[in-house]
Design a protein around this ligand. Sequence first.
Ligand SMILES: Nc1ncnc2c1ncn2[C@@H]1O[C@H](COP(=O)(O)OP(=O)(O)OP(=O)(O)O)[C@@H](O)[C@H]1O
Ligand SMILES: [Mg+2]
Length: 234
Amino acid sequence: MLELRAVCAGYGTFQALFDVSLDVKAGEAVGVIGPNGAGKTTLMRAISGLIRPTSGSIRLEGTDLAATPSHRIVELGIAHVPESRRLFPRMTVEDNLRMGGFAPAARPKFRQQLDVVYELFPRLRERHRQLAGSMSGGEQQMCAIGRALMSAPRLLLLDEPSAGLAPVLVEQVFDLVKRIRAGGLTVLIVEQNVQQVLRVVNRAYLLKAGSIRATGSAAELLATDTIREAYLGV
Ligand SMILES: Nc1ncnc2c1ncn2[C@@H]1O[C@H](COP(=O)(O)OP(=O)(O)OP(=O)(O)O)[C@@H](O)[C@H]1O
Ligand SMILES: [Mg+2]
């Protein structure tokens, strides 16, 4: 479904990604793990068109994303939940969700998608009139994911959905990811909670200093020394 080949990208003269190649097949959940500053967020931005690769190719079912404006990338079916969530704090939960379904292609399906999101996150239905900024951290993350789902995506990009949450909420976020997957959506997820993310993905990539250093199934990665030493302390 998604295919990256030798992608290089960065900011000005600073190069953050070096020849990154990665595949996500339809229906799969794939993880990207790696230390702070490894380039994980940069990778997500390059896929959703917020920054452009300086070389290499990014294809979604054959369509070259590097040559596609980012609003078109949303219409092609990629939704990105950014690291910082970026909700509109002074708008209600429902109005935030509405913003996610704003693309012309998504608008006619608004009611239907809203029901999908409310089925998935009953808490959002209960709180649909509450200002997003007054929701708890975990609820805000649900709202951010819900907003992304409003565009009825085929591929969901999640950038550290558990960041900044208390352990009990981290559990809830991974539970959400499991439920989203059960619905058949393809997911690419960046996480620092390595042990937990490896439980909800099929495969993962280890990104370090802008390069892919290891890849494999969750079990294979848990067995590699670099990951055990660096992330699990075992
Ligand atoms: N807007 C920017 N301008 C310049 N450099 C940037 C910018 N954003 C990120 N960088 C740099 O690019 C590198 C990769 O950053 P990135 O945010 O992709 O890392 P990350 O793996 O997501 O880290 P974290 O786990 O802390 O979120 C870092 O060295 C960072 O300082
Ligand atoms: Mg990041």
